[in-house]
Design a protein around this ligand. Structure first.
Ligand SMILES: C[S@@+](CC[C@H](N)C(=O)[O-])C[C@H]1O[C@@H](n2cnc3c(N)ncnc32)[C@H](O)[C@@H]1O
Length: 198
């Protein structure tokens, strides 16, 4: 985990552009949560908390999990500054080892593209969800203009839905909700939101 590029990036992560994109994501995710004031949420790959710290008023508790300690340090400082009292952080990489945890909702915002074995992480997140739990994924649509050895160049809705069904989710809804300029490795791209029920 020490070689994680996000360790270097953490203190400069919250640029105007990333904050703007996070606002767009927050706006799309908030209605997905509905009445969740008694529910626990894990923000997997939560980073500096740009998305989930803006959801804290909608849920009972938030656990930001990340494989970068530095990103979590920024999130912790921000939560304290914003006087958010129902969030915690956990330094962990579930692709290596998944702790005994349970949650009602798992959110993954712009994280799946960084994880080579998508089936493995989706299976692990499925396993930790409570009965009727929800997995919300926000990521980029498949984009042939992008080619990078360490990241997926987005996802096709059809293939992702198939994968989510394979790991056990009983239903999945996916839709594209935003098109932006230079938002994915400096290329124009679109983002989808996927919502699956265990
Ligand atoms: C592009 S950032 C997104 C941060 C945040 N979710 C957001 O939308 O602002 C990706 C985050 O995923 C984390 N990450 C990447 N691979 C991970 C893994 N295998 N386990 C946990 N976190 C991971 C990185 O450290 C980074 O904080």
């Amino acid at each position: 985990m020490e070689n994680n590029v996000f360790e270097q990036l953490a203190k400069q992560y919250d640029t105007e552009e990333r904050m703007e994109l996070a606002k767009v994501i927050v706006k799309e995710v908030r209605p997905e949560l509905g009445d969740s004031t008694s529910k626990s949420l894990i923000d997997y790959g939560g980073g500096t908390g740009l998305v989930s710290l803006e959801l804290a008023d909608l849920v009972d508790s938030i656990l930001l999990v990340d494989s970068s300690k530095q990103m979590l340090e920024v999130a912790k400082a921000k939560a304290s500054h914003k006087e958010i009292t129902n969030s915690k952080v956990l330094y962990s990489d579930f692709t290596q080892e998944t702790p005994e945890l349970k949650a009602d909702i798992v959110l993954m915002s712009l994280v799946l593209l960084h994880i080579p074995d998508t089936k493995n992480i989706l299976q692990r997140l499925f396993n930790l969800l409570n009965h009727d739990g929800k997995l919300i994924i926000v990521d980029f649509d498949k984009n042939d203009k992008i080619n990078h050895p360490k990241i997926h160049n987005g996802f096709s809705h059809e293939k992702l839905k198939k994968r989510l069904t394979e790991v056990g989710f009983k239903s999945t809804e996916i839709k594209t909700f935003y098109h932006g300029n230079c938002i994915f490795m400096n290329q124009d791209a679109s983002m989808f939101i996927s919502s699956s029920i265990k």
